[in-house]
Design a protein around this ligand. Structure first.
Ligand code: AMP
Length: 133
């Protein structure tokens, strides 16, 4: 897949700041980090999306294990991090070579999630107050 940016990184044709690699995956810092720690874990095999992983394929388990190792190595395992996969355009996927994000720190996504949860709690409390009247 010559036009795939992640295939090109895996093949060493495009530079990346690698933090880990083995026979199944390569992990490197995101070029446009949304937080102090933002690493991508990419399978060497070109699989376009999460939906395309064959049933029973252990790649996701391996990516999870690699994420835990990277989080530990980068010192965020205990303080906390997010491990996620965007799936297709509606899910925010931009690069169509399967990859998982490892994100830690005050990133925009975490802020949005906190705002949404806070908003939902506030909405429920206001709704309850309304019922009591
Ligand atoms: P996604 O939205 O899940 O498809 O995420 C794709 C990610 O790949 C984005 O966070 C981009 O910043 C990142 N990205 C794109 N090109 C490169 C590159 N050459 N090196 C490192 N990260 C990249």
């Amino acid at each position: 897949m010559n036009d795939c940016v992640f295939c090109n990184i895996i093949q060493g044709k495009i530079p990346a700041k690698k933090v880990y690699e083995d026979e199944l995956v390569v992990a490197f810092h995101d070029a446009n980090p949304t937080s102090p720690v933002h690493v991508l874990i990419v399978p060497r095999l070109h699989v376009p999306t999460f939906n395309d992983i064959p049933e029973g394929d252990p790649i996701l388990t391996h990516m999870g294990e690699v994420a835990r190792k990277i989080a530990k190595d980068l010192g965020v395992a205990e303080s906390g991090y997010r491990f996620f996969v965007n799936v297709n355009r509606g899910g925010g996927q931009v690069v169509f070579h399967l990859h998982a994000h490892v994100v830690a720190g005050n990133d925009f996504g975490t802020l949005l999630i906190k705002l949404a949860i806070g908003g939902a709690i506030l909405w429920r409390r206001l709704a309850r107050l309304g019922h009591k009247k």
